[in-house]
Ligand binder design. Structure first.
Ligand SMILES: NC(=O)c1ccc[n+]([C@@H]2O[C@H](COP(=O)([O-])OP(=O)(O)OC[C@H]3O[C@@H](n4cnc5c(N)ncnc54)[C@H](OP(=O)(O)O)[C@@H]3O)[C@@H](O)[C@H]2O)c1
Length: 386
């Protein structure tokens, strides 16, 4: 029986993870759950899964939950520090990192520093401080298992092979809901349209990142640190059907891919129960029924965010944390304040141009760059909204 903590249990990855736990109660026991503000959903989850501790980063939400569940035998913590404490529960065998955004950095790093293996969906911390996270994981003898479907595919395609034989990692990208549009058409895209992903049901932020292709830019940075592969060996391939989740090319001409229907439970369960596979009973992959799979080169003109990911890696240090923070601010402003779709890339680009990068040797280096970039991007957004 594996004792697990889920950071971000009320989100899309979090609820998929709990579906797996519910299907295999003899394999997993939930001992900790965390969320941001959604106390009602967290309450439903704690009544079903009966964890020892839960936390909400929003203190008023935690107070509401305490009012309703004070009698239950669960420790209800609050604030970012409460979330970090749940991430370090001494009894945990595995921490599922599924908070969205840079807010996941401190709790995920706390789990690593407490010696807990991590199943990592929350890509933004790896973007902000990937080198530091890997150093800390090595220091504490902790493994980080990828949950992102592309990184899980690469992880699976690397199993049993020598790293020095790898020529290229090829990350596939669906192209998102706006792949067919011109720049001019993109200018007028409203959030409802950008949120309509053709293949995946995900949280709002990652769905907008898929529409701008920033998600792939973030994933290139994530792959660089997860697999310790130089950026020049990481490529992106547009594959509209999301059946091939990524590929690894070896020096003898072999290209190994992982395929499957787009269902996050597959990579989540692999990370949760590595190296064993779980009988998920997902519908079979009917390739003859699908008929053909299509591939395109990425279009950097229409989707500049992908190139910004590579550029952040080339510049190095705090630039990737800056890219990530500016993206979070711009996406939130697009969803809530009505800046234009194309403004997202402009805000990130301008923020990066204004940043003087330095090395990320401590957590504080990454957090300081994150704070700086949020302020700078916030100022840019205000000029656009006015
Ligand atoms: N969804 C996917 O299929 C998918 C695939 C690959 C990778 N990922 C990655 O996985 C991560 C989660 O994505 P998602 O789609 O599951 O996001 P989501 O549905 O928006 O869920 C986010 C979770 O994080 C919590 N949260 C938000 N802000 C927080 C804060 N400041 N402090 C603590 N918790 C906070 C939310 O709590 P509330 O509900 O209370 O707001 C929720 O539990 C992202 O990094 C994403 O890029 C997702």
């Amino acid at each position: 029986m594996k004792k697990i903590v889920i950071l971000g249990s009320t989100g899309s990855i979090g609820t998929n993870t709990l579906d797996i736990v519910a299907k295999f109660p003899e394999h997993f026991q939930v001992i900790g759950l965390t969320a941001g503000t959604n106390d009602e959903k967290l309450e439903e989850q704690l009544r079903v899964f009966k964890p020892a501790a839960v936390a909400l980063s929003d203190k008023p939400a935690a107070a509401r939950l305490r009012d309703r569940c004070g009698g239950a035998s669960v420790n209800i913590l609050s604030g970012p520090e409460g979330v970090a404490r749940v991430a370090q529960l001494p009894e945990a065998d595995l921490v599922i990192s599924a908070i969205v955004g840079g807010a996941g950095l401190v709790p995920t790093l706390s789990a690593i520093r407490a010696g807990k293996p991590v199943a990592l969906a929350n890509k933004e911390p790896m973007v902000m401080a990937g080198k530091l996270m890997q150093e800390e994981a090595r220091r504490h003898g902790v493994r980080i298992f990828p949950v992102d479907s592309e990184h899980s595919a690469i992880f699976q395609a690397m199993e049993g092979h020598r790293r020095q034989d790898i020529l290229r990692l090829i990350l596939t990208a669906s192209g998102g809901p706006l792949w067919e549009l011109s720049r001019q058409q993109m200018q007028h895209v409203k959030p409802e349209q950008a949120l309509r992903h053709p293949n995946w049901k995900m949280g709002a932020k990652i769905t907008i990142d898929s529409a701008t292709l920033m998600n792939k830019g973030l994933e290139v940075v994530e792959a660089r640190w997860l697999f310790d592969i130089p950026p020049a060996q990481i490529e992106v391939l547009i594959h509209r059907e999301s059946i091939i989740h990524s590929l690894v090319e070896y020096c003898d001409g072999s290209v190994i891919a992982q395929l499957g229907l787009p269902d996050m439970r597959t990579p989540i369960s692999y990370a949760m129960n590595y190296p064993e596979r779980m009988p998920l009973e997902v519908p079979p992959l009917d390739l003859a029924g699908i008929g053909k799979l299509t591939f395109f080169r990425p279009d950097h003109e229409r989707f500049p965010c992908l190139g910004l990911g590579y550029e952040a890696l080339r510049i190095g240090g705090t630039m990737a944390a800056t890219l990530n923070a500016a993206n979070e601010v711009a996406v939130a402003a697009y969803l809530q304040e009505g800046i234009g779709f194309l403004d997202i890339a402009d805000v990130i680009r301008t923020t990066m141009d204004a940043h003087a990068p330095r090395d990320v040797t401590t957590l504080e280096d990454a957090l300081e760059a994150d704070r700086w970039a949020r302020e700078k991007a916030g100022m840019l957004v205000r000029t656009l909204v006015r």
